[in-house]
Design a protein around this ligand. Structure first.
Ligand SMILES: Nc1ncnc2c1ncn2[C@@H]1O[C@H](COP(=O)(O)OP(=O)(O)OP(=O)(O)O)[C@@H](O)[C@H]1O
Ligand SMILES: [Mg+2]
Length: 285
C-alpha cells in the first residue's frame, strides 16, 4: 500500500496543525463492517455538540456507501463528490441539530478515480476550515484501504469500533496492524459496541489490548463499552437520532461517558438529567 508524496505532505501538515491548534480530528474506523461506526459517529457528534456545547463537523467519508445524511434524515443536494469536482466545501456542509455535516456520496461510479486524490482534496479542504471546530469526526467505511489509512494518519486519534464477535476482533487487530506497518504509531482508542453486558466489553478489550501490546507494541486504551439496544433499530427506522429521542437509553448514557473521557470533563449536570427525564417521559411509548 503506497501513499503518494503529495498526500504524505498534506497529512503531515494537518498532523502538525492539529497539534498546534485545539481542533481534534477523530477518525472512526473498524475492520469489519456493520459494527456500528456510523451510528456511533452521529450520536457522538450529537452529544458533543448538544450536551457539551462543542463545535463539531461530522464528515461522511464512507465513499460510495454514504449514509450519515440518511440517519439524520436530511436530503442533500451536494456531497463530498462535489468537493472532488471542485465545489467549495462551504456549499456542501449543512447543519442539523447544531452539528455541521459534510455528506458523502453513494454509488460506485467514481470510486476507482477517487482513490488518493479524494483524500488529498478533502484533507486540504478540511484543513482550511478546521480552526472553526473543536472536533472534526470522520466516519469511514469498513475495511482497510489507502483512503482510510490516510484519514487515520491525518487524525490526532482513531476510534476503533468493534463488537465482541471474534471476526470483528480479528479485523480490528488487522486494521491496527496495517496502520502500524504503513505509518508507524497512531493513537488508538477502542469502542466495544453491541455488548450484552459490561463484562463482555472488558473481555473484548483485554483480548485486543494484549495482542496489540504483545505483537504490535501498541498501547490500546478503552474509551467506551456500548450496549446492544433495541431502541437503536427503532430510532433508525423512524429516522430519528437515538441520543435525541431516547436520551435515557443505556447506550446514550454510556456514550456520554465516552464523551466525558474524551473531553476530560464531568458528565452533564443534574439539571440536564432532570430535563432528559421529562423529555423521555413525554416521548414514552
Ligand atoms: N448498540 C447497538 N445496538 C443495537 N443495534 C446497533 C447498535 N449499534 C449499531 N446497531 C445497528 O447495527 C447496524 C449497523 O450499524 P452502522 O451502520 O452504524 O454500522 P457501520 O459500522 O457504520 O456499518 P458499515 O461498515 O456498513 O459502514 C444498524 O442496523 C444499526 O442500527
Ligand atoms: Mg457506516
Amino acid at each position: 500500500m503506497e501513499v503518494g508524496e503529495q498526500a504524505k505532505e498534506l497529512i503531515k501538515l494537518v498532523s502538525t496543525k492539529d497539534k498546534m491548534s485545539n481542533t481534534k480530528f477523530i477518525t472512526v474506523a473498524s475492520g469489519k463492517g456493520g459494527v456500528g461506526k456510523t451510528n456511533f459517529a452521529v450520536n457522538f457528534a450529537y452529544i458533543l455538540s448538544n450536551l457539551y456545547g462543542k463545535k463539531v463537523l461530522l464528515v461522511d467519508a464512507d465513499m460510495g456507501m454514504a449514509n450519515v445524511h440518511i440517519i439524520v434524515n436530511v436530503d442533500t443536494k451536494k456531497t463530498l463528490k462535489d468537493i472532488l469536482s471542485g465545489a467549495d466545501i462551504e456549499d456542501v456542509i449543512f447543519t442539523t441539530r447544531s452539528i455541521d455535516i459534510l455528506p458523502g456520496f453513494s454509488g460506485i461510479d467514481m470510486l476507482e478515480e477517487v482513490e488518493e486524490s479524494s483524500v488529498l482534496r478533502l484533507v486540504q479542504s478540511l484543513d482550511d476550515i478546521s480552526s472553526r471546530y473543536d472536533y472534526i469526526i470522520i466516519d469511514t467505511g469498513a475495511g482497510i484501504d489507502n483512503r482510510i489509512v490516510s484519514f487515520i494518519k491525518a487524525s490526532s486519534k482513531t476510534y476503533i469500533i468493534t463488537t465482541p464477535e471474534p471476526t470483528a476482533i480479528i479485523d480490528a487487530y488487522a486494521l491496527m496492524k496495517s496502520v502500524k506497518k504503513i505509518f508507524g504509531y497512531s493513537e488508538f482508542k477502542l469502542v466495544v459496541n453491541m455488548v450484552k453486558n459490561k463484562n463482555e466489553g472488558y473481555e473484548t478489550y483485554e483480548k485486543l489490548k494484549n495482542s496489540a501490546k504483545k505483537f504490535l507494541d501498541i498501547d490500546l486504551s478503552l474509551i467506551g463499552i456500548l450496549p446492544n439496544t433495541k431502541n437503536m433499530k427503532k430510532s433508525v427506522k423512524s429516522k430519528q437520532l437515538l441520543a435525541e429521542v431516547y436520551p435515557l437509553d443505556e447506550f446514550v448514557k454510556e456514550l456520554k461517558m465516552t464523551a466525558s473521557i474524551e473531553l476530560g470533563e464531568p458528565p452533564p449536570t443534574e439539571k440536564t438529567k432532570f430535563w432528559e427525564k421529562v423529555v423521555n417521559f413525554l416521548r414514552r411509548e
